[in-house]
Design a protein around this ligand. Structure first.
Ligand SMILES: [Zn+2]
Length: 119
């Protein structure tokens, strides 16, 4: 099996898993309601700081959640290009961005930066 076939199969499985994760998180978000979602979004940065103060050494940034749109995705690792398109979990809707989905997004963002670069 070629490397391309392995990648296609791996990213296909990751996308299918992400679709299941999106549906699960959407159902959870629907139960929360707007007021609770906003309350959680307002405390996202505080939660990141609290995690930093404990033994957990992963959190690097709070990013916009691709599911609920709140700036509440606690990114736990930098992506391969040094950005914050890494894996993480949203403290509002509970959506979890996997390593593979994060990597795919980071590559797309990197290509977009190169294509839009002013030279
Ligand atoms: Zn979210």
């Amino acid at each position: 099996m070629s490397v391309d076939m392995d990648w296609d199969e791996a990213i296909g499985r990751a996308r299918a898993a992400d679709q299941r994760e999106v549906k699960r998180a959407e159902a959870y978000l629907a139960l929360l309601g707007e007021d609770e979602a906003q309350r959680r979004a307002d405390t996202a940065h505080d939660r990141l700081i609290a995690l930093d103060d404990r033994e957990y050494s992963g959190p690097v940034e709070v990013d916009e959640c691709p599911l609920c749109g709140h700036c509440a995705l606690l990114v736990t690792d930098f992506d391969d290009f040094g950005g914050t398109e890494g894996p993480g979990i949203c403290v509002v809707c509970s959506y979890e961005r996997s390593d593979d989905i994060a990597r795919e997004g980071a590559v797309a963002e990197h290509i977009s930066r190169i294509m839009n670069k002013d030279d």
